[in-house]
Design a binder for this molecule. Structure first.
Ligand code: NAP
Length: 259
């Protein structure tokens, strides 16, 4: 299927690895020029080079922390009029809410709620004026089914989801959609880190814990960044213009609800 977005420009945040990289690569395969970012310069440069050589599109790498004002300004300076924005950042750490003070909450809200909102604010009016735009927020399955130890994530991402539910209905008549893409367990560095600490606690090996986690998913495995990227690219396609304010769960069927 031709997604109809060849020649469009996209900002993909937090994209040197994992899900962000999966989205960047999938968009590039559709002929979308990219500005990608991540904090570690060597990694984001290497990913940019890999995407360029795999697809031939223009890829600009910006090494910055996307949760900072300066980082966002540098990304927007590299791509002031994007047609597509993929919002993403690292997730907050797990823990017990009794241990979190204002600083922990502000950090989580900054990264997983206010940063995407700032990008929406900076880009959505231009998209509407030009008559086309796609914004995808990478959130988490925890928006639908909260995970107790990830209270910071449950809270901050739900705030973003509630905000988007309102604004996404005001942009769609101007050709601009805003949707959430909710990962369940995907085989990325972050997930491996989670299983490494689980193994430390249980005394089992990482391999044992990781394989058991994969088996426990209804799909019998974890998702791949390529699968995640393909869904993201579809949401950014011309075919998805009648879909806005939705939260698309990709979790191998792990969420047990009927709806
Ligand atoms: P990952 O494999 O660890 O990759 C994270 C990427 O984001 C890296 O490129 C990292 O590069 C970049 N990054 C992190 N913080 C950043 C910041 N402040 N500014 C700019 N770039 C930043 O993680 P992932 O699994 O793809 O996860 C992506 C998001 O999905 C996270 O919010 C995570 O919580 C959420 N999620 C993931 C899963 C899963 O199973 N994988 C499930 C649910 C939710 P640098 O470190 O160099 O900045």
């Amino acid at each position: 299927m031709d997604l109809g977005i060849k020649g469009r420009r996209a900002i993909v945040c937090a994209a040197s690895k994992g899900l962000g990289k999966g989205c960047a690569m999938a968009l590039a395969r559709e002929g979308v020029d990219l500005v990608i970012n991540a904090r570690t310069a060597a990694d984001v440069d290497a990913t940019a080079a890999e995407i360029r050589s795999a697809t031939g599109v223009k890829v600009t790498a910006v090494a910055c922390d996307v949760t900072s004002v300066d980082g966002r300004n540098r990304v927007l300076a590299a791509c002031p009029e994007p047609d597509i924005v993929i919002n993403n950042a690292g997730g907050p750490p797990p823990g017990d809410f009794r241990d979190w003070g204002r600083d922990e909450w502000i950090k989580a809200i900054d990264a997983n709620m206010l940063t995407p909102i700032e990008f929406i604010k900076a880009t959505v009016d231009g998209m509407m004026k030009r008559g086309f735009g796609r914004i995808v927020n990478i959130t988490s399955s925890s928006v639908k089914a909260p995970i107790d130890i990830l209270g910071l994530s449950n809270g901050a991402r739900s705030g973003l989801t509630g905000f988007v539910a309102g604004v996404a209905r005001t942009t769609v008549r101007h050709g601009v959609t805003i949707n959430g893409l909710l990962p369940g367990p995907f085989a990325t560095d972050r997930l491996k880190g989670t299983y490494r600490s689980r193994a430390q606690k249980s005394g089992k090996s990482f391999e044992e814990e990781y394989a058991a986690g994969a088996r426990a998913n209804p799909a019998g495995r974890f998702g791949t960044a390529e699968e995640f990227g393909a869904m993201c690219a579809f949401l950014c396609s011309v075919h998805a213009g009648y879909m806005t304010g939705q939260n698309i769960l990709m979790d191998g069927g792990q969420y047990p609800g009927t709806y």
